[in-house]
Design a protein around this ligand. Structure first.
Ligand code: FMN
Length: 492
């Protein structure tokens, strides 16, 4: 493990203390409003090249609960949140889990078994009590206006909980899902639950409807270890427990405690927990909301979450985030996902070298992928594979480049994409599912997609009629000589 970075944090407080120690947290003591003002401050800070900090607002008007925002809002802090020096290490950790080689000898087999059981080793453990239940409010005591929930943007339909772990159980199989879905506060105990049609929460709701359940229990946990918070946003396949995954990420089993009024468990180290239920048949208008697309998502019908209990620490901290015009904190949560899931993508699409989902592409709009090209049509094969792969199926644009193009460098990407393509020949237009928030399509969550094969075309692989010109590069011996003599030239 990296020297001074803790391999895990028991709770959000340990992470806050670590950020504080590294000079990456600003405690704001000036009075601020959770209506728009915190957004404007956090938006400036998250976009600042030299003053991007986690922010703890200690004096939020009308509330005695501090608000934490932008704690994971940089590459460095996102990595620290997961006990790493850099997000690239996520790729290495996942690679070692999924490397497809068949173990050769006995020693290899034992090692492989060890790696797989490593994840199981981190299954959550149930404890009888947790700090998140130091205070228990039920019935008429439940009042969401007591929490410093932000109104994020001027045209938002109300206040929104933006960094929740929404926990539900598959009514048929009993498996747990944890998703990060925003929650609009309608009044003291009712909310809009914004799980979108492609997500795990919606799947549980569908099953609850099919099996005739009238109430589907739902718990919402705020805070807990940063690994738990991140895990809520991770696109894991259905049936894989996000809490076990959080344990593996944080290298420590997550302690879970049974809720006070429903039959679900929540991370014991959470700051605040909402317990309640969703009637799978009930819907109400949710939104508008200033979204991660950089636009307001329009009001739409979503399930209603009825809160029947609030439990919390005696002195809780309210964690939140804002989304909007990128980049914001959610970009770094997404970057962690991109690095972590790359080895899984490579498992099924082995020619993939690297992937970049740039901030401006707001996750689903643009995926840039470099490949090792070996046969005709391979760039197209990669596009079709990604358009069929879990949430990547929602990607709108896919650009495929050669293995030597650094997809993380947008200047290199734009150069090769524009110069290596004949739009008539290299464009692939298809139709398929789109993100539920895509406002540009005329049909909900469905529309056109475009792939661009920006690889070099070669006579042997692409039936190309002539040779492809070489990139202009200086001879290495000249580069070396000029570097050695640079000072002599007296230029700088
Ligand atoms: C800050 C943030 C807010 C999010 N808000 C929503 C949301 O409101 N609705 C939604 O369906 N997904 C939202 N997501 C994306 C989901 O968390 C993500 O797709 C996750 O994989 C869902 O979990 P699931 O696969 O278990 O459904 C958000 C992600 C982040 C980082």
């Amino acid at each position: 493990m990296p020297g001074s970075i803790p391999s895990s944090y028991k709770d959000l407080r340990e992470f806050i203390a670590y950020l504080d120690g590294r000079g990456q947290l600003r405690r704001v003591k000036a009075p601020v409003s959770c209506e728009l003002e915190i957004t404007e401050i956090a938006d400036r800070v998250s976009k600042s090249p030299d003053a991007n900090y986690g922010l703890l607002f200690e004096n939020v008007g009308g509330h005695n609960i501090p608000v934490l925002i932008n704690a994971m809002g940089s590459r460095e802090r996102m990595a620290w949140a997961l006990g790493l020096r850099d997000l690239e290490e996520l790729r290495e950790r996942m690679s070692s889990l999924v490397k497809p080689e068949v173990p050769a000898g006995l020693l290899d087999k034992v090692q492989k078994l060890g790696e797989l059981s490593e994840v199981l080793r981190y299954r959550p453990k149930t404890v009888s009590r947790g700090p998140c239940q130091e205070v228990v409010l039920t019935g008429a005591q439940v009042d969401l206006s007591q929490l410093p929930i932000l109104k994020c943007w001027p045209e938002d339909g109300g206040r929104y909980i933006t960094l929740p772990l929404v926990i539900s159980r598959d009514p048929a199989r009993g498996t747990r899902n944890v998703g990060m879905y925003r929650i609009q506060v309608y009044d003291r105990n009712t909310c809009g639950m914004h799980w979108q049609i492609h997500k795990g929460g919606t799947e549980h709701q569908r099953r609850a409807l099919e099996t005739g359940q009238q109430r589907m229990e739902v718990a919402v946990a705020l805070g807990g270890s940063p690994a738990c918070i991140y895990a809520g946003s991770a696109p894991l396949p259905p049936g894989i427990d996000e809490i076990m995954f959080a344990g593996w990420l944080g290298r420590e089993r997550v302690e879970m405690v049974k809720c006070k009024t429903i039959d679900l468990e929540v991370p014991a180290q959470s700051e605040i927990v909402l317990e309640g239920w969703v009637d799978p048949a009930e819907k109400r208008l949710e939104g508008p909301f200033g979204d991660h697309t950089g636009y307001y998502s329009l009001p739409d019908m979503y399930p209603v979450f009825h809160v029947q209990a609030i439990t919390m620490r005696r002195k809780p901290i309210y964690p939140t985030t804002i989304v909007g015009m990128p980049p914001q904190e959610d970009y770094w949560l997404g970057k962690a996902t991109e690095r972590l899931f790359l080895p899984l993508m490579q498992l099924v699409v082995p020619e993939i070298v690297d992937v970049n989902m740039p901030a401006e592409g707001v996750f689903h709009n643009l995926v840039i992928v470099s490949i090792r090209k070996r046969f005709p049509g391979q760039a197209r094969k990669v596009m079709y594979a990604l358009w069929g792969l879990m949430l990547l199926s929602l990607s709108k644009y896919i650009w495929v480049v050669d293995e030597d193009v650094n997809v993380q460098d947008m200047r290199e990407v734009l150069f090769h994409v524009t110069s290596n393509t004949d739009p008539r020949r290299d464009t692939v237009i298809v139709e398929g599912p789109l993100d539920a928030l895509d406002h540009a399509t005329d049909k909900f969550a469905y529309g056109g997609k475009m792939g661009l094969d920006a690889t070099r075309k070669r006579p042997d692989l692409d039936h190309f009629p002539h040779d492809w010109p070489n990139d202009i590069r200086m001879a290495p011996q000249i580069v070396g000589m000029v570097t050695r003599r640079w000072k002599e030239y007296g230029i700088s």
